[in-house]
Write a protein of this length. Structure first.
Length: 234
């Protein structure tokens, strides 16, 4: 299934309606809800295809959606509204991405709320998705551990750390290209600090399924990446 078809199917399941149609009397025109969902997808498509993106692209979203499918049982245990918010968060979590800014998650969360409102999704779904997106800042591990959906989304977002070696190296190259405008030494120092932060955690992944499947390989990938970056700086 193409990403557009999957998005439209998600919007139908979530009960999307045409933005601005509410309160005008009578039901919306046939196909209007799908048209509104199509407009939302075009906005996402424009963003994920921006020329400066080399990792935070549709390919990353598709990978996250695959991880979500694998973890669907855990996502559905809290009820349909929670599952909808989690999937909405996956679609929007990197919609705004500028390597030179530190508020990408906040802006992505705001965009998710605006489109959820335009599609007339339940307000609680949009607000919950925004809160989940903010958890992908990966600033700390503590809060996510107390919120199963946040823990799951963060693990989904970090699944690439435990990917096979070839995919992990493509990820590192993509990140480096996205930060190409930053001075090389500054990028290396920041990258090593980030990767060491993940490696210093007692557990990189907060959910049992991700830990069993990816923890060991993620630690190996991170260790090798840090060593490579440090060698390049000498």
């Amino acid at each position: 299934m193409s990403l557009k078809r999957r998005w439209l199917a998600f919007c139908r399941r979530a009960g999307a309606k045409p933005g601005g149609a509410a309160g005008q009397g009578g039901p919306p025109e046939a196909g209007a809800a799908e048209q509104a969902a199509g407009e939302a997808f075009r906005d996402l498509d424009r963003r994920y295809r921006e020329s400066g993106r080399h990792y935070h692209t549709w390919a990353h979203v598709a990978a996250c959606l695959r991880e979500l499918r694998l973890a669907r049982r855990a996502a559905d245990t809290a009820g349909p509204a929670e599952a909808m918010a989690l999937e909405l968060a996956v679609w929007f979590h990197d919609a705004v991405y500028d390597p030179g800014r530190e508020d990408n998650e906040e802006r992505s969360a705001g965009l998710a709320v605006r489109w959820a409102s335009a599609l007339e999704l339940a307000s609680a779904v949009g607000e919950r998705a925004a809160g989940l997106i903010l958890a992908t800042r990966h600033l700390s591990q503590g809060p996510a551990e107390q919120d199963p959906a946040k823990a799951l989304l963060r693990d989904i977002d970090l699944a690439v750390l435990g990917a096979c070696r070839a995919r992990y190296l493509r990820y590192e190259r993509g990140i480096a290209r996205e930060y190409a405008r930053m001075p090389v030494e500054r990028f290396r120092e920041g990258r090593v600090k980030l990767l060491r932060g993940f490696l210093s955690r007692s557990e990189i992944y907060a959910t049992p399924g991700f830990r069993r499947r990816l923890e060991r390989r993620a630690r190996r990938n991170l260790g090798l990446a840090i060593a490579r970056l440090e060698r390049a700086g000498h």
